[in-house]
Design a protein around this ligand. Structure first.
Ligand code: MG
Length: 262
């Protein structure tokens, strides 16, 4: 694609990890691109798979990184977790994740249990303090018929200095290998998540562009609900058969030049 018209694109949804920032360090050009889009009258929103922080906390981190936003323009899996169909009847859940996950559930009157035998759903987010004992408890719950609900399925998360760390998808893959239970996902690429985002931000899919570094989470997931898609970088997680973005750029500076030429 050699020309990219802003015509018809009213809003942009940006992925965070590997797109807007790397381990909290802003990507080169991120702040300038977002400012330019706002100046051009476009809405800017942030749609992330970060599983250990609320929209409020992410908004604070974005502002600290020099990217001005407010919590209403940020959405992550925790923003919509209590609305997921698996939690509609408030079943007892076992959590592998940070206290932020437990807090969101308790605020929504979803009972959080520590006894795997009492759990009907196992929720998995990223938690650097996760232990083998946590994995064993989750497998015990899954063996009893609990459902497996992943906050995302990202197998790798780009961190600072080009280093990647295991993501929720890697932990979920281990649980599936041990138990045979396939996961459902709250965040990208689920249609549930994108549909909730479109409603939450008050936007229309046909005039929105999803920008991210993951072919499966950002591009395939966005395309499934009718968004235009931009892949930034080589595509974390590797190629996905049959998944093609509408636009592929190396970095946000290139996207800036294409969208808003001098
Ligand atoms: Mg990403």
């Amino acid at each position: 694609m050699n020309t990219v018209a802003l015509d018809g694109v009213r809003q942009f949804m940006f992925d965070l990890d590997g797109c807007i920032w790397y381990g909290g360090l802003p990507a080169p050009g991120a702040s300038a691109l977002i400012s330019a889009l706002r100046t051009a009258g476009r809405g800017v929103f942030f749609l992330t798979n970060v599983s250990g922080a609320t929209a409020s906390a992410l908004s604070v981190r974005l502002n600290e990184a020099g990217i001005q936003t407010n919590p209403e323009a940020v959405m992550g899996p925790l923003s919509v977790l209590p609305r997921h169909p698996r939690l509609r009847d408030r079943p007892p859940v076992l959590v592998l994740g940070t206290d932020a996950v437990r807090t969101v559930l308790k605020q929504a009157n979803v009972p959080v249990v520590t006894d795997p035998m009492a759990a009907r759903v196992v929720i998995v987010g990223r938690d650097p303090r996760m232990t083998y004992g946590d994995l064993a408890a989750a497998v015990r719950a899954l063996d009893q018929g609990a459902a497996l609900l992943a906050l995302n399925l990202d197998r790798r998360v780009p961190s600072a200095n080009g280093v990647s760390v295991p993501g929720v998808g890697a932990i979920v893959a281990a649980l599936t290998a041990a138990s045979g239970t396939e996961p459902e996902v709250v965040g990208k690429p689920s249609a549930f998540f994108f549909t909730e985002a479109i409603r939450h931000f008050g936007i229309h899919a046909s005039e929105t562009m999803m920008v991210g570094d993951s072919l499966d989470s950002d591009v395939a997931g966005g395309a499934r609900v009718g968004l235009r898609t931009v892949l930034v970088g080589a595509g974390v997680g590797g190629p996905q058969p049959g998944v093609h973005p509408d636009l592929h750029v190396q970095d946000l500076d290139e996207l800036h030049r294409l969208l808003i030429p001098d």
